[in-house]
Design a protein around this ligand. Structure first.
Ligand SMILES: [Zn+2]
Length: 244
């Protein structure tokens, strides 16, 4: 990253070195003095220039902080409380400082695999992927009872909950589970189930790193058919964004 000061110095180099060959051979310290030399009566202008440079530096730092997601010094970080609508909530927690949540309708997107040197479609995506920062709390969309917890090849660490509506609510690729999440445990809407990770696509439990951090959400009807969670996720996300 270039600071505004460095950028200023770079811009000044060609102008100074083109004056004479003798000037160009002068040590760097001399150059800095020449550049910084004040004209009589220009104290106010110099102060303004310094203030502007300081402001630019601060702005650059602020942008850098936002880009890496660091919490500003002195700020209290916290996860926002779940916002419920029709007794349901968006499954990925939002924060008060910075949180990237990204999702689109990827229902039935083709799933390909290299077989015998050729890419072949082995299935379609039966859910909705919500991309978020690793470690972001994953919350129960709807109340219910934990039906499955553990490792599967494709889903990694996953939780399956039988919702109060009779449907099976599936959360996959978790980094880890929240305390108390075990088969038979009751969960209430908004309760922490685990944390966003990128586990899966491996036989060894805990295998990760094969794809970007995200939560896979699946909804299965009692009859066994999976349905597209995206319209509901969109509604729940909007409800949360409006209130927080
Ligand atoms: Zn998925």
């Amino acid at each position: 990253m270039s600071t505004p000061g460095q950028m200023k110095a770079k811009r000044n180099v060609p102008t100074t070195s083109m004056k004479t060959a003798e000037t160009a051979r002068q040590p760097a310290g001399t150059h800095r003095r020449l550049i910084g030399k004040k004209a009589p009566g220009s104290v106010g202008a110099e102060t303004t220039r310094r203030t502007l440079l300081t402001m630019r530096l601060l702005a650059t730092l602020a942008v850098a902080v936002l880009m890496v997601g660091e919490i500003p010094v002195g700020a209290e970080s916290r996860w926002l409380s779940p916002v419920t609508r029709n007794e349901m909530t968006f499954p990925v927690a939002r924060s008060n400082w910075y949180s990237v949540i990204n999702f689109r309708n990827d229902w039935h997107a083709p799933r390909m695999r290299l077989i015998g040197g050729l890419w072949r479609q082995i299935g379609v995506h039966e859910g909705n992927d919500i991309f978020a920062e690793p470690g972001t709390p994953v919350r129960a969309i709807l109340s219910g009872t934990v039906e499955r917890v553990g490792w599967t090849f494709y889903s990694g660490w996953r939780v399956g909950i039988r919702g109060t509506d009779g449907r099976y609510w599936f959360y996959a690729h978790l980094r880890q589970f929240a305390p108390g999440i075990r088969v038979g445990a009751p969960v209430t809407v908004g309760e922490e189930l685990g944390y966003v990770g990128n586990t899966g696509y491996g036989t060894e439990p805990g295998h990760d790193g094969e794809f970007t951090y995200h939560l896979h959400v699946g909804i299965q009807e009692p009859g066994g058919a999976w349905v597209n969670p995206y319209p509901l996720m969109r509604r729940l996300y909007r409800a949360a964004a409006e209130q927080t």
